[in-house]
Design a protein around this ligand. Structure first.
Ligand code: 13P
Ligand code: SF4
Length: 322
């Protein structure tokens, strides 16, 4: 019986867990991948980390038969859709995405009935069933290019109203039909918090994720996915940045840019689901081969089509200047 993954993690315990994870990773021929919002200790131990699109692509390239996906359910599900022959594990089975749950298959079918013939683009933060019912998928790093690639002027976009509004601002010639979903982490940040951070750090550039509402994006110097932010910061001659996304991002930004300063504008920039994965749960997952995420073959095939269409469009850009 190993240590209980739920108990608090003191220093010795952390070292024991890290050794255990390294041993199990070898023994099970597993690869550990982690989203940029994961806890620092999870990002540190991961073999690969990145934004949603990078991770989807990375899983298709890894040779390992077992992939432990430190992220939320839709990400592991996407990995499984693209790699049905691999065993995809989500260390905490309850780690979900509240925004992904805001659109369901019946709701999407009802919406499509209101706009017959209009193509549907779904954000990758959605279930396999919703992906299967959509024409094409997108992530925050290729959303504008994906919508732009469609010949139709009208496009249904689900579930993120904020990302949809951002796309609309970039593609004036299109008419984006929005769904009222949102990311609670990005939605609850107030404009005042951003203005206060800007006053406190007048030289800092404000970099924002397109899941932020328009009231925040209007103040941004750069808008892009989590990896788009990394690239922007690396190439920027600025030295200070206010980070408009989940605070796990600051760990990676700081680590890769030790000479630069990063400020979190709000203590509310926290995704509770992304923080569920601890070293304890990661070790538990490797040791017991849990929790496997798998999609039924008929749904997988349909969802795969919309992901393949997205991957064919590619991600020439990770973000855009505001
Ligand atoms: P990206 O890493 O693709 O920017 O996505 C952010 C996100 O909210 C994932 O849930
Ligand atoms: Fe979902 Fe928002 Fe958390 Fe990303 S940050 S997983 S969109 S709730």
């Amino acid at each position: 019986m190993g240590p209980n993954p739920r108990v608090s993690e003191d220093k010795n315990y952390i070292e024991t867990l890290k050794k255990k994870i390294s041993r199990l990773r070898k023994e099970k021929h597993a690869v550990i991948i982690a989203h940029n919002y994961e806890r620092p200790e999870i990002q540190e131990i991961a073999d690969i980390r990145g934004d949603s699109l990078e991770l989807s692509r990375a899983v298709t390239r890894v040779k390992a038969k077992v992939v432990v996906f430190c992220g939320v359910h839709f990400m592991a599900e996407t990995a499984s859709i693209l790699n049905p022959d691999k065993k995809i594990l989500l260390p905490v089975k309850e780690a979900g995405c509240p925004m992904a749950d805001m659109i369901t298959l019946p709701k999407l079918r009802d919406l499509k009935k209101l706009y017959p013939g209009v193509p549907v683009v779904c954000y990758v933060n959605s279930s396999a069933a919703v992906k299967g019912e959509s024409d094409i998928c997108c992530t925050s790093s290729n959303a504008v290019e994906v919508v732009d690639s469609l010949s139709s002027r009208e496009v249904i976009f689900v579930p993120d109203q904020n990302l949809g509004t951002y796309i609309q601002s970039k593609l004036r010639q299109k008419k984006i039909i929005l769904w009222e979903g949102f990311c609670p982490t990005h939605m609850r940040i107030s404009e005042d918090e951003i203005l206060t951070a800007k006053k406190q750090h007048p030289k800092a550039k404000f970099i924002a994720h397109p899941e932020c509402p328009q009231r925040l994006l209007g103040h941004a110097d750069y808008i892009g996915s989590t990896s788009g932010m990394l690239a922007y910061v690396q190439h920027s001659n600025g030295n200070e940045f206010i980070v408009g996304t989940e605070l796990g991002m600051i760990y990676r930004l700081q680590q890769e840019n030790p000479g630069k300063k990063f400020y979190c504008p709000s203590e509310h920039f926290l995704c509770a689901d992304m923080k569920l994965t601890t070293l304890g749960w990661l070790a538990h997952s490797l040791e017991n081969g849990v929790f496997e995420v798998k999609v039924s073959e008929p749904v997988r095939k349909k969802a795969r089509r919309s992901l393949d269409r997205m991957l064919a469009v590619g991600s020439k850009k990770s973000g855009r200047n505001a």
